[in-house]
Ligand binder design. Structure first.
Ligand code: GLN
Length: 200
């Protein structure tokens, strides 16, 4: 049995814990380095990436998480979590830093300032034939990737500037989605991540 942590400094922690339990893994909310030590994989939830960046330092979790990332711990970042995993960001605040690890550039609040949320049915072949209902909340998208990064889903045509944008990506043990699968009751993304953790 593997244990997956959810970074619990800010954001929709409970929903991720629930989705992970449904996917059949043991879970723990991570607020302290000792809790991080006990997990085999980690979810970085949505929230506000600038706030989470600050809280990571205050809670002395930034360096320990970066260390685990460097050691190959599987990490799944959703929305703000995707921003935290990105090596570089467009539209960040002046002093905003990320944890990094994924060779992607993400644009914060990419769907437009006036578009607070956006939903669509998103084909994501890694999860099977049925599209995922993707809920984007002031979400980033991926603007650039390097060859090591596999794009798992792109916004379908018919959604203006968002069409064709990469919104789910994987690089080795790192997974990131622009959207929030924890709010829909479809736990296939969490099940996919749970399998990544089991096979590490
Ligand atoms: N706009 C937020 C940020 O830049 C992310 C929003 C979210 O996680 N739902 O951190």
């Amino acid at each position: 049995q593997v244990t997956v942590g959810v970074l619990a400094l800010q954001g929709d922690v409970r929903e991720h814990l629930h989705a992970l339990r449904t996917a059949g893994v043991a879970t723990v909310a991570v607020r302290r380095p000792a809790e991080l030590d006990a997990v085999d994989g980690l979810v970085l939830p949505g929230g506000e990436s600038t706030t989470i960046d600050k809280l990571l330092r205050i809670f002395d979790l930034r360096d320990p998480i970066r260390e685990r990332l460097a050691q190959g711990m599987p990490v799944y970042g959703s929305c703000a979590g995707m921003i935290l995993l990105a090596d570089s960001i467009v539209g960040g605040t002046a002093d905003q830093e990320t944890l990094g690890g994924m060779a992607i550039t993400v644009r914060r609040n990419a769907f437009g300032r006036q578009v607070d949320s956006f939903e669509c049915d998103l084909p994501m072949p890694a999860l099977g034939d049925i599209p995922v209902h993707a809920v984007f909340i002031r979400a980033p998208w991926v603007e650039a990737t390097d060859d090591a990064v596999k794009v798992l889903a792109r916004v379908p045509q018919g959604h203006d500037a968002a069409s064709g944008r990469a919104v789910a990506v994987r690089q080795g043990n790192l997974l990131a989605t622009s959207f929030h699968p924890e709010v829909t009751g479809d736990h296939r993304v969490h099940a996919y991540f749970a399998d990544m953790v089991r096979h590490t």
